[in-house]
Design a binder for this molecule. Structure first.
Ligand code: NAP
Length: 223
């Protein structure tokens, strides 16, 4: 019997890793937090939802006889990575971390690099039209900027009204094509992008589009 591997997922890289390991004959389960209604299909077994902190995760590992855990979560998903470290220690199994490198600025990029989301909010100039490329849980922080028009992109419709005075909602996954992002930026007269330095190719089109249009990107650095 092959060893059981638990991948903490929710990223394209985690899905690719699951596919490679399943093809190599491993018994793989990918864990998703359950944030998206219809997640992309993942090869192997999938479980969905929180574990109940590091102790819950350690219990899951013991109950399912997991031999190895791979944390391939998003670089800004800090809590689950912290829980994974503690749980691996408690359950005494090896933990690997797969983290994509951050994006590096190109010579034609106009990045304003900041340390926190609060600093990003305070850096937006008055009356800007901003693509807010952030998870829905971070939007509330921007409610005080009543002078700014936000363009918010979400995969699933929000469960309640967005707490922003002026905003437009764009539903759907971010395109992987810079031309599609250029069109969106032009349609909404976007003047600034606010995003985090996630790295990877999946969300890079907006960075390329901003470069093409010469738009400033307020880039939140890795924690
Ligand atoms: P987080 O703040 O680090 O985690 C919050 C809680 O959500 C965790 O304590 C855990 O709950 C649960 N959780 C997170 N990831 C999980 C997973 N893969 N499987 C089971 N439970 C998980 O995480 P987040 O920033 O909300 O991100 C949630 C998920 O979305 C992650 O899987 C991440 O890879 C993916 N994602 C995040 C971002 C982002 O910008 N943060 C972007 C793209 C994808 P319990 O304590 O109850 O176990």
């Amino acid at each position: 019997m092959s060893e059981k591997i638990l991948i903490l997922g929710g990223t394209n890289e985690a899905a690719k890793l699951a596919s490679d390991l399943v093809d190599a004959g491993y018994d793989v389960t990918t864990s998703l937090a359950g944030r998206t209604k219809e997640p992309e299909p993942v090869k192997g077994a999938v479980r969905i939802g929180g574990f109940g902190g590091s102790e819950g995760l350690a219990n899951y590992i013991r109950q399912h006889a997991i031999a190895r855990m791979i944390d391939a979560t998003h670089p800004f998903a800090r809590q689950i990575s912290l829980n994974a470290k503690r749980a691996a220690e408690m359950a005494q199994i090896p933990l690997e971390r797969q983290e994509r490198p951050p994006w590096q600025p190109h010579k034609d990029d106009r990045w304003v690099e900041v340390e926190t989301l609060e600093a990003a909010r305070d850096t937006i100039p008055p009356k800007a039209k901003v693509l807010l490329a952030l998870g829905s849980q971070h939007i509330d922080l921007f409610r005080t900027r009543e002078d700014v028009h936000f363009i918010v992109r979400m995969v699933d419709p929000p469960k309640q009204d967005l707490p922003l005075k002026h905003h437009s909602l764009v539903l759907g996954k971010p395109p992987s094509d810079a031309a599609a992002e250029v069109l969106l930026f032009k349609t909404h007269d976007i003047t600034h992008i606010v995003c985090r330095n996630s790295g990877g190719s999946g969300a890079y089109a907006k960075i390329e589009a901003a470069r093409k249009l010469g738009l400033p990107v307020i880039m939140v650095a890795r924690p």
